[in-house]
Design a binder for this molecule. Structure first.
Ligand code: 0O2
Length: 267
């Protein structure tokens, strides 16, 4: 097969990987800009090397002309999450998108592979526009935690080194490490709720502070300056106390004061 021919075959896959990386990175950005926790931590992508495509086709007895239809991971996207719960959130997010159609899913988290491998796989159909027109390609999306990724990366390198002859002591150690990864992910999941709580109170506080500052700014236009300075000093005291309930009370009281001035101005 000529190199030029491969270039033509792989071009839509290269385009798909680039586009999908941009889209998932945009998801991260959108969550963070909205002040929310992003279930996606990182995104990477790759197009399978020609040598790996040929090797896998040979292993699976796939004829050359069937490669594009039957090899579903020529384009590969890897989504890394912090917590196991995020993986299922991301999978749902992908199911709801209308720019990619989910063809199949494999849950190697609930059904861990014999090797110890854990990850969530989705095969999607994705449309790209090329100079030769629209092309529908298949892409594999692997979703896993940082810990699962650490294990899979190490195991993949060892598999590559030893092919099918991995020494049994190494296999045993990898199994033990896979168990440790499960425990690590579980431990981290228990911290997740605390992170979410912290982020929620952070958002509530940030929105409330913004509201209060706007109210104080508006009061300067209608109220006695000395009185507003007093309110402002009171706000700084409450703010520094880091007491969310006190801040909520202050917010409500300020609303009543502002309402009073509004009613006065209408008389
Ligand atoms: P590479 O080099 O990462 O691209 P199937 O016929 O569906 O059973 P297939 O197509 O191999 O076989 O699907 P499967 O089992 O879902 O695996 C797809 C990819 O998942 C693999 O691609 C690996 O990337 C990853 N994977 C699966 N099992 C393991 C494992 O035991 N260890 C590690 N480290 N990764 C695994 P490739 O083409 O095998 O490899």
């Amino acid at each position: 097969m000529e190199i030029q021919m491969w270039r033509e075959i792989l071009e839509p896959y290269i385009l798909a990987v680039e586009e999908m990386k941009i889209k998932f990175n945009h998801v991260i950005k959108a969550y963070r800009e909205a002040g929310m926790y992003s279930p996606i931590e990182q995104v990477t992508g790759r197009v399978k090397k020609i040598s790996s495509i040929l090797e896998k086709a040979q292993k699976k007895h796939i004829k050359f002309e069937e490669i594009e239809n039957r090899l579903e991971d020529i384009a590969g996207i890897r989504i890394i999450c912090q917590f196991v719960e995020d993986i299922y959130k991301v999978a749902e997010l992908i199911r709801r998108r209308c720019d990619m159609k989910v063809l199949s899913e494999k849950d190697y988290i609930k059904n861990q592979k014999e090797s110890g491998y854990r990850s969530y796989h989705m095969i999607v159909e994705y449309r790209v526009e090329t100079l030769n027109g629209t092309k529908c390609i298949h892409a594999e999306i692997q979703i896993r935690t940082l810990a699962m990724n650490f294990w899979a990366t190490i195991e993949h390198s060892l598999q590559y080194k030893y092919k099918h002859n991995m020494p049994s002591n190494l296999t045993n150690r990898l199994h033990a490490a896979a168990e440790a990864i499960i425990i690590l992910d579980q431990e981290m999941s228990s911290v997740r709720n605390e992170i979410m709580d912290a982020q929620n109170s952070f958002n509530i506080k940030a929105n409330m502070v913004a509201d209060i500052l706007i109210s104080i700014q508006n009061l300067y236009k209608v109220a006695n300056k000395r009185e507003v300075v007093k309110i402002q000093d009171e706000f700084f005291k409450v703010y520094e106390s880091e007491d969310l309930e006190a801040l909520e009370r202050f917010h409500k009281e300020l609303d009543i004061i502002a309402e009073g001035y509004r009613a006065q101005s209408l008389q």
